[in-house]
Write a protein that binds this ligand. Structure first.
Ligand SMILES: Cc1cc2nc3c(=O)[nH]c(=O)nc-3n(C[C@H](O)[C@H](O)[C@H](O)COP(=O)(O)OP(=O)(O)OC[C@H]3O[C@@H](n4cnc5c(N)ncnc54)[C@H](O)[C@@H]3O)c2cc1C
Length: 279
């Protein structure tokens, strides 16, 4: 079969829209062409370029798990030109998708280990893909813990799935909101994500930590994990640098010798330390 043109978007119908939080939506996207649907494969950690025709493309992770076939999902916040145009779309509308791009979370390497996921705000979507992938292969892993925080209860995404995870006996979920962000009926924790991780003091032995969140959360969480005994090669994160082509050709995301869109977006802390200082 001829190789697909990497610049040609798939046409995707919006099958379902979920309002997650203020200005944050999840699209479930189905391939219009059934042959493309059947041939499409991706790995958890990869991302794509989503087109609002006439406006441009935006980069989002693939937020669904590769174990769930027939569709992909993305969750995005309307922050600018393309994302605002996407936010006006309705169920049944058609958008474009190019991908999958980038590297992956190495689940095979994590077999037999404990997994500690730490996410903040709108950064849960990339980890949601991995979390569902791991839950769908639950016997590969030992203990799975998820610590997720947002500014306020309203800002938590995937609220219905958080309830599902809460109810499952094979995953420990800790949800927190920043001080002042709680509601009268809030039953979760109140406190910044790094403080909650510090209180939890998860053991580092045989454990992989997967961290994604705003820069301030990352800045405080990484040293804390090292203090808890996590080695730089057992801590993973995923970067969100601005990028354009998604295939290491245009150079927009180039840093040092790395093209984030091709060599990343998934890096261990050890690999990040090889990149120029701003990372
Ligand atoms: C690998 C990767 C995965 C991503 N995954 C998601 C996701 O799952 N969900 C999601 O909501 N967003 C995600 N992003 C960020 C998303 O790509 C941008 O928010 C989006 O492209 C903005 O497009 P726009 O045209 O609406 O904004 P623009 O009109 O281009 O910009 C609006 C504002 O956002 C800033 N901005 C735009 N892109 C970025 C960026 N990459 N980093 C920092 N600031 C930026 C601009 O400087 C400007 O201030 C991801 C980015 C990358 C590179």
């Amino acid at each position: 079969m001829a190789e697909r043109n990497i610049y040609l978007p798939y046409l995707m119908r919006i099958a379902k829209i979920t309002d997650e939080a203020p200005a944050v939506k999840t699209f479930r996207l189905e391939f219009i062409n059934p042959e493309e649907a059947a041939n499409f494969e991706f790995h958890t950690g990869q991302f794509g370029m989503y087109t609002a025709f006439g406006e441009g493309e935006s980069t989002f992770c693939i937020a669904s798990s590769p174990t769930r076939k027939g569709y992909i999902e993305c969750t995005f916040r309307a922050v600018g030109r393309v994302t605002s145009a996407l936010a006006t779309k309705e169920e049944g509308d058609v958008i474009g998708f190019r991908g999958p791009c980038g590297n992956l979370f190495p689940l095979e390497q994590w077999r037999g280990r404990n997994l500690l996921f730490i996410a903040g705000g709108i950064a849960l979507p990339p980890l949601r893909s991995v979390i569902w992938n791991c839950l769908d292969q639950r016997d590969w892993f030992e203990k799975i813990t998820v610590v997720y925080g947002a500014r306020s209860v309203a800002d938590l995404v995937y609220k219905h799935e958080l309830q599902d995870w809460e109810a499952r006996p094979d995953i420990d979920l800790v949800v927190t909101v920043d001080p002042g962000g709680e509601t009268a009926d809030w039953k979760g924790k109140v406190g910044f994500v790094p403080h909650v991780v510090e209180q939890l003091a998860p053991p580092s032995e045989n454990t992989v930590a997967i961290v994604c969140g705003p820069p301030v959360m990352i800045r405080f969480t990484l040293p804390l994990l090292e203090k808890l005994g996590f080695t730089p090669d057992s801590v993973y994160t995923t970067l969100e640098n601005r990028m354009k082509c998604g295939h290491g050709k245009c150079g927009r995301c180039n840093t040092g010798t790395s093209f984030i869109c091709k060599d990343g977006p998934v890096y261990t802390l050890a690999q990040l330390r090889e990149l120029p200082a701003e990372y």
